[in-house]
Design a protein around this ligand. Structure first.
Ligand code: C2O
Length: 475
């Protein structure tokens, strides 16, 4: 693994902040002006020890003040020729041409994308203290009202001002469950193998729950541009992703980003070369994934993050070893829209005994992962609910056997340039242990239209297999 100091340095060089002296150039404690010294939005920046750290706030709270500069910049960007790299159109094209989805590049790529976009907004609004606000859909379930007016509106949206993001995708218990997932890939999507040679950045591998559940379902629920790879045309896109980025930081309060295996090292050392442009519109030739782990080194933090550095707080990475597994092939016809598909599982003793508490190695954490493989992107905007145990008839998101919902982004298969069969991963630990009993249990899947009351075309989804893995994490 690359050392943290090397990480920090290459990262600053990457942002062009070393040469500019705005971060490292000021000796600690000189009270020197940081980057946002002259900003109109100075309350969003902190200036401790000569280093300015932007503070990203909740758009319904301390981040609301940033919307004036946001509007000003968007108007200026829309007035540029589409060919200008800082135009509103060109910023969305970056996403259309490069965005990784369904693999572990998802989180770091979007973090870098947001950070450079923030610099473009700073330049275009002439507010060097601008910090991108986040939309916390868990506490603000409808779109923030400001996004239905003027520059921040997007007339392509399918939802209206009173429509809420579903509790089964963004509710506090769902988010708490996702943040408690010890296994990185189950949380933040699956590594591209280190042996990859073609289309590696965008290779579809598998969706972890942060991407597959709140990320995908919020995109699909809003609809219009937000359901496509041109979603950054909708001004809410950036605040949606800011909240996803914040939740990665929240996960890092408990868990370390992985390294130490061929695939995780390949991930850490991957270069998003020539993907982005900086605040001046100049191409960014290199962004290495492991320079993106520490938000402070990138020049920002969230208001839900303590001051100081993440580096100091981040625990050591742990290995993830699969110690028991069981796979069941699923055959037969796809279920009808709205009907439950029930899949019987016969858990072998090797898996069952690993579910019992007290059998893990000293100090180890466990993730019990359920993966659904071979899922085709459905032809319409749908959501799928996963249940473990209990009866199909009682399988609703309010029921005891509900595990998680997941969705698809982009929402329509034909827009997906790499539409291979998809894999979705879930941490089912607590629920599976409860349901396992003698080893015979049932998994239910129910596909429904994403927006209640709207008919969805096509059948429900049927995976090719259900895979259960017990993963032990040890230092
Ligand atoms: Cu790359 Cu939420 O989109």
């Amino acid at each position: 693994m690359v050392s943290k100091n090397a990480t920090r340095r290459s990262f600053l060089q990457f942002l062009g902040l070393v040469a500019g002296g705005s971060l490292l150039g000021c000796p600690p404690g000189n009270g020197g002006k940081g980057e946002n010294g002259g900003g109109e939005n100075g309350e969003n920046g902190e200036n401790g020890g000569g280093t300015t750290v932007l503070v990203r706030g909740d758009v319904m709270g301390s981040g609301a003040g940033a919307l004036d500069s946001y509007r000003k910049a968007i108007d200026a960007m829309k007035a540029l020729a589409a060919s200008d790299p800082r135009s509103w159109q060109a910023q969305a094209e970056i996403h259309n041409n490069h965005c990784p989805h369904g693999n572990a590049f998802f989180l770091p790529w979007h973090r870098a994308y947001l950070r450079y976009f923030e610099q473009v907004i700073q330049a275009m609004s002439e507010d060097s203290g601008f910090a991108l606000p986040y939309w916390n859909w868990t506490t603000q379930r409808t779109l923030p009202p400001a996004f239905w007016e003027g520059t921040l509106d997007d007339p392509t949206r399918v939802i209206g001002p009173t429509d809420e993001m579903p509790a089964s995708a963004v509710g506090q218990p769902v988010i708490d469950g996702i943040l408690a997932t010890a296994d990185f890939q189950t949380f933040g999507s699956v590594f591209v193998p280190s042996t990859c040679t073609v289309n590696c950045q965008r290779r579809g591998m598998g969706y972890g729950s942060l991407e597959g559940t709140p990320h995908n379902i919020v995109h699909g629920t809003i609809g219009g541009n937000m359901g496509t790879f041109m979603s950054p045309l909708d001004p809410i896109f950036w605040l949606h992703h800011c909240n996803v980025d914040r939740l990665w930081m929240e996960w890092n309060k408990t868990f370390a980003n992985p390294g130490g295996t061929a695939d995780s090292d390949y991930w850490q050392n991957f270069d998003f070369a020539d993907n982005f442009v900086d605040g001046e519109g100049n191409p960014v030739t290199s962004v290495i994934v492991n320079t993106l782990f520490d938000t402070f080194a990138l020049g920002y933090r969230y208001d839900t993050q303590p001051e100081g550095t993440l580096e100091a707080a981040e625990p050591e990475p742990k290995a993830a070893n699969v110690v028991a597994s069981h796979e069941v092939e699923v055959s037969g016809a796809a279920p009808e829209m709205g009907a439950a598909l029930t899949i019987p599982l016969e858990l072998p003793a090797a898996v069952r005994e690993r579910l019992e508490p007290g059998l893990q190695a000293e100090g180890a954490e466990t993730t019990v992962r359920l993966s659904l493989t071979g899922i085709d992107t459905p032809s319409d905007a749908v959501v799928v609910h996963l249940f473990v145990g209990g009866e199909a008839a009682s399988a609703t998101p309010e029921g005891d056997n509900f595990v998680r919902s997941f969705g698809f982004f982009p929402a329509v298969a034909s827009e997906d340039p790499h539409a291979e069969d998809k894999v979705f991963l879930f941490d089912v630990g607590a629920r599976l242990a409860e349901a396992a009993g003698t080893g015979a249990l049932r998994v239910h899947l129910r596909t429904e239209p994403l927006r209640p009351g709207v008919e969805a075309a096509g059948a429900g989804i049927r995976p090719e297999s259900v895979l259960i893995e017990v993963i032990e994490h040890a230092a």
